[in-house]
Design a binder for this molecule. Structure first.
Ligand code: DGL
Length: 256
């Protein structure tokens, strides 16, 4: 882990790399340290108490190593732990992600919007508060996809079983929705399987919005890296094998 002034970005596993891509595109001069808790993924199957314990451990480590900001690149962990992490570390900007329902509803007033996410994200108040604030003309179809993040953790995302799993969750919505909100940061990596199942629908994820929020928060505390800095990205994982880190690097650079 880098010594100081870096931005820690974490997820239960590989999913947050989809957010990291947006962060680096928005803030190319920053130093990012990505941590995937792949040994404990998926968080969507865990209790709130376990997610709180895991996320507090990670953030304590990042801050001990000198992180200037933390991005919770996981909808599930944000829903469960963002408020308590912010209360524990009030001096460090802690940015979460949330399902991109608002941009989807703004783009399709009166439309049918499908939300795919983990069961934990869809069960918690944060999601229900977000949905309650939307334009009432939209119809929201929220579909929990319990096994999807765990399957994405295994890589080999062009394999037929990925499409079959997506079909089993959302095949019934083919031709019935205008937009799909990817409410789990793992799902952008299977965008092509989702399009294969649902046809020509627009996909929304929270990456770009999170990146803009990180920029605003760093600017507010005068912590943006100068544009003379080269920027850097490093990866670590609780599943510390060379295969796992190779998968992280592959997902960071594959075309989506
Ligand atoms: N990538 C995560 C999210 O955005 C978590 C998936 C999981 O670990 O269940 O919700």
């Amino acid at each position: 882990m880098q010594n100081d002034g870096f931005i820690a970005v974490f997820d239960s596993g590989v999913g947050g790399i989809s957010v990291l891509r947006s962060l680096v595109a928005e803030l190319p001069h920053e130093r990012f340290s990505y941590f995937g808790d792949s040994a404990n993924a998926p968080y969507g199957d865990r209790s709130e108490g376990e997610i709180l314990r895991l996320t507090h451990n990670h953030v304590e480590t990042f801050i001990d190593h000198g992180a200037k900001a933390v991005v919770i690149a996981c909808n599930t962990a944000t829903s469960v732990a963002a408020a308590s992490l912010r209360a524990a570390y009030p001096d460090v900007p802690i940015i979460g992600v949330e399902p991109a329902l608002k941009p989807a509803a703004e783009a399709y007033p009166g439309g049918n919007i499908l939300v795919m996410a983990t069961p934990v994200t869809l069960a918690l108040d944060k999601y229900h508060d977000l949905a309650a604030r939307l334009d009432k003309s939209c119809t929201i179809h929220a579909v929990p996809c319990p096994a999807l993040a765990a399957r994405i953790e295994r890589g080999n995302l062009d394999a037929p079983d990925v499409r079959e799993l997506v079909e089993s969750y959302v095949g019934a919505y083919r031709g019935r929705v205008d937009a799909v909100v990817l409410g789990c940061t793992h799902y952008p990596f299977i965008a092509s399987a989702i399009r294969d199942v649902l046809g020509d629908v627009r996909l929304f994820d929270g990456g770009a919005g999170t990146a803009r929020q990180l920029r605003r928060r760093l600017a507010a505390v005068n912590e943006l890296a100068p544009d003379t800095e080269p920027g850097a990205v490093e990866f670590s994982s609780s599943l510390d094998t060379s295969e796992e880190l190779a998968l992280y690097r592959e997902l960071f650079s594959i075309p989506l």
